[in-house]
Design a protein around this ligand. Sequence first.
Ligand code: NJP
Length: 239
Amino acid sequence: MKKKVLITGASKGIGRAIARLLAEHDWEAYLTARSLDELEQLRAEIASRFPDARIFSLPADLSAIESLNSLVKRLGELTERLDALVLNAGVGVFKPITEMSEADYETVMNVNLKGNLFLAKELFPFLQQSDCPRLVGITSDVARRTFAGGSIYTMSKYAQDALFHTLRKEWRSSGIRVSVIMPGLTDTSFGGSEAGAPHKSEWLRSEDVASAVAYVLHVPNHVVIDEIMLHPFCQDWQP
Ligand code: NJP
């Protein structure tokens, strides 16, 4: 029986790499992000490599509760069970606090916090149907450090860390193993930047973070990996 995973932010970057790797490991994958075209392109690519793959595109805007609820409804028409939930979608706005607007705050918090919180809440019944459910949150090393120009994004990642730690405590009695992965600089198009730009050549690849997710999901049932922090060696990380 294939294990089933829902991956948020699967259209690009790290989420896309997670989807590819878990499909290689024969997971049935439910992929969500706003861009249906990119999800469908990924689904087609995986299907061409693995003819037995079961991949579903479920577009949704996680910052909008109606869209999130519609995603959960469509998922419920396809499956009652999830063995894993990978909460990876995230956005950032980077500028000094003196230039931050309320709209910037809402852009970041509505995805990174509200979306994660309420999607986790709505998918709890699906996870309960699994004999070894796992939740993986992709946060950031900025859940443990601050930097100038990163106020709202950093606040959201510290708060995500608190959310996942709370979920670990609240859902332990339901058997849900909660893991947090904190990547450092990763070569994606995050924040509207250019993936593959020369200055990112030594950064983590999306595939490096995906490997950490696969590791966390493939440990024996009696094991839970609480946290993984990974950096490119070129990043001199300081708390
Ligand atoms: O970013 P990117 P990454 N509703 O921009 C989706 C963390 N991280 O892969 O909606 C639903 O390539 C978006 O899809 P779409 C970071 O904080 C990264 O680098 O179609 N989905 C896309 O699939 C984040 O939590 C770095 O545009 C929404 C995905 O989110 C995670 O890693 C460093 C959405 C973002 O893909 C993945 O980021 C670090 C919405 N409203 C932590 N808005 C790094 N890259 O350096 C966006 O420490 N998405």
